[in-house]
Design a protein around this ligand. Sequence first.
Ligand code: UD1
Ligand code: MG
Length: 429
Amino acid sequence: MSISVVILAAGKGSRMKSTTPKVLHEISGKSMLFHAIDAAQEVSSDITIVLYHQAKRIQEQVEAEYSNIHFHLQDAEKYPGTGGAMKGVTTQNERTLILNGDMPLITKDSLLALTAGDAEINMSVIKLDDPSGYGRVIIQDEKVQEIVEQKDCNEDQLQTKTVNAGIYAVNTALLEKYIPRLDNNNAQEEYYLTDIIKMAVDEGKTVHPVYVEEEEFKGVNSKFDLSAAEEIMQRRIKTFWMHSGVTMRLPETIYIDSRATFEGECMLENGVSIQGASHIIASHIKTHSIIEDSHIENSDVGPIGRIRPNTKLVDTHIGNFVEVKKSTLTGVKAGHLAYIGDATIDEGTNIGAGMITCNYDGKNKHQTKIGKNVFIGSDTQIIAPVTIDDNVIIAAGTTVNKNVEKGSLVISRIEMKTVKDFFYKFFDK
Ligand code: UD1
Ligand code: MG
């Protein structure tokens, strides 16, 4: 059956105590809203996001990443609440799945379970030991009768431990009929989407409860919730990659972005952080190294290596305290203490300890090109833009500020002087 999705994301999210809209806070490198959109795209191609607070900022971010998403601006002054959010929303398909933008842990399988069956409405419910804060779901004979918000509950209703997880799959025609009928006669004077349940039941329609895992439906309302969701997401991501063949030493100390991918046999030691859409192929990333948005193939990095965005390492060895940025290294060895930025370095080249590409002149970034089989001594500065051809030796301590021809030795050093017995004279000993 074809289905449309509406993601509610107009709420203010004041408990986040942040100037960033709640749904733009990130879990594993991707905003909560993007996690929700990705799950929604697995089941539908008609997706509408309802916005109000900081609508422009959120819409711009979504449009930079996705096409074909519809937006609806809630009239939140006049019609506050989850029901108000649905006023004026139109969807294209027979069924409409309504999600919250602050539930980043939802999976495709749960969304599919919610759209199965032929009840007019499926709604997500969870049994909780502590139901406080949630709308209570009144169920009789396995059919939902109504949802009562905590603030509107009587003493009996407050004891109900089955609560509304906040996701519904509704027959679109019914939704279009009930939304205009919602009122705000309740404790919060808001338009409650949850009131459509009673309307459906009163008309003899079936509302089916779908029991769901609490973990997936946890709403993120505070920075504490954000950290809890991050932990769950990290556990899922690492479990997936370990099952795909990535070895992880002490996985609880490792961070992996939701967009990162691995291929072949990879090993991640403790404390490693793989950020952005990094792609790691058959490589070994050693203790406390950071890889950001880079391609690492058949290489080893670290311990304590830092590979910054847009780097490509192939058949390369990067050792401790080496930083590489926006560079392509093929068949290179850089074992210790170096900064390589905006460079292309070719096969068989060895980078000594303390080599630095001086890529920035205070105004612009410049390129360094180093050819094959170049031996670069320790403590050298390569002032870009510069090209060093194949088979070159750069002596330790050299400052390279002109292009170097194939086969040359380059040395720039002031001659060493020795003053005999100077120590004894100077200190009068
Ligand atoms: C809602 C449910 C409650 C359920 C809980 C589950 C209602 C009336 N209550 O309560 O039964 O147990 O979710 O988490 O629906 N939003 C808008 N516009 C608004 C208000 C909210 O788009 O005017 C969006 C929010 O951004 C959020 C979602 O709707 O994504 C839920 O809003 P929230 O205020 O968190 O609802 P709850 O009070 O938690
Ligand atoms: Mg909520």
